[in-house]
Design a protein around this ligand. Structure first.
Ligand SMILES: NC(=O)c1ccc[n+]([C@@H]2O[C@H](COP(=O)([O-])OP(=O)(O)OC[C@H]3O[C@@H](n4cnc5c(N)ncnc54)[C@H](O)[C@@H]3O)[C@@H](O)[C@H]2O)c1
Length: 259
């Protein structure tokens, strides 16, 4: 059977662990060439060393997506190494959880610098080459926080809502040039970020069990389950999907909890 991502040259952020690592593994298994970026260079080196690369090619570099100049340089390096980038997956993100009255200006800025400006920086760096070569696909990893609000997680959902705005803006601006821009919205996913969140409660086991119980199926997603949806969205299997958000949350966002 043909590999589903053969010919794709993917720039993927936040690839050192979690959902990003699962996406990298799934894309490699489908024959893509990858360039992986993470601000944690030591962890990224270790992760790349452990990747099975049966076909394709994996390049990587440490960079902070909130630094536009650094990202422009790394995108040039990526194109030189794996060929012109025709797919971008904006996965890197940070949890910044507080309340509207307690959040500091530093938290507000960090949240927007990474979760929104980071995706814009990468898109801006990749789009000229993508347009020049006839098009491509951009996928933004959003969240159910992109359309629902969980109290005490401010200002993270404000940024994740904005990420859908960025998705739609880019999608409409560049559709005629063959670029598709979509968002994938996971619910809870078992990653280090989720573990850090549970650790912020006094009793990790109870916090974890409470999260599981929120879900109609009684469990949260694995990173691979999110990665499989990302492969579909970045592939040529959905050529008319544009400005869309695919929700992969096990039904969480449709559940009305009793008052
Ligand atoms: N885990 C969940 O439950 C969940 C749910 C919905 C959405 N998401 C989203 O999925 C994405 C990945 O989340 P995850 O759970 O795998 O997180 P994670 O913390 O496990 O991994 C995120 C990676 O991004 C990197 N990163 C963070 N800021 C960066 C920056 N400024 N520049 C470059 N790299 C940076 C980190 O070093 C880390 O390796 C995020 O956008 C997150 O908001 C996660």
């Amino acid at each position: 059977m043909a590999e589903r991502l053969s010919g794709k040259r993917i720039f993927l952020t936040g690839a050192a662990q979690g959902i990003g690592l699962a996406i990298a593994e799934a894309c490699l298994a489908e024959g893509a060439r990858l360039f992986l970026v993470d601000r944690d260079g030591a962890l990224l080196d270790k992760t790349v060393a452990g990747l099975a690369v049966p076909r394709g090619h994996v390049g990587h570099a440490a960079a902070d997506i909130s630094d536009g100049a650094a990202i422009a340089a790394v995108v040039s390096q990526a194109a030189a190494e794996i060929g012109p980038i025709n797919a971008l997956i904006n996965n890197a993100g940070v949890n910044v959880f507080s309340t509207p009255l307690e959040a500091t200006e530093e938290e507000w800025n960090r949240n927007f610098d990474v979760n929104v400006k980071g995706a814009w920086n990468c898109s801006k760096a990749v789009l000229p080459g993508m347009i020049a070569s006839g098009g491509g696909a951009i996928l933004n990893i959003a969240s159910t926080h992109s359309f629902t609000i969980i109290p005490h997680t401010f200002p993270y959902p404000v940024a994740k809502h904005a990420l859908l705005g960025l998705t739609k803006s880019l999608a409409l601006e560049y559709a005629a040039q063959g670029v598709r821009v979509n968002a994938l919205a996971p619910g809870y996913v078992e990653t280090q970020k989720a573990i850090d969140y549970w650790n912020s409660f006094a009793d990790l086991a109870t916090a974890r069990a409470n999260t599981m119980a929120l879900h109609p199926g009684g469990r949260i997603a694995t990173a691979r389950e999110i990665a499989l949806a990302a492969v579909f969205m970045i592939s040529d299997e959905c050529p008319f999907m544009n400005a869309a958000t695919l929700v992969v949350d096990g039904g969480l966002s449709q559940l009305q909890h009793p008052a």
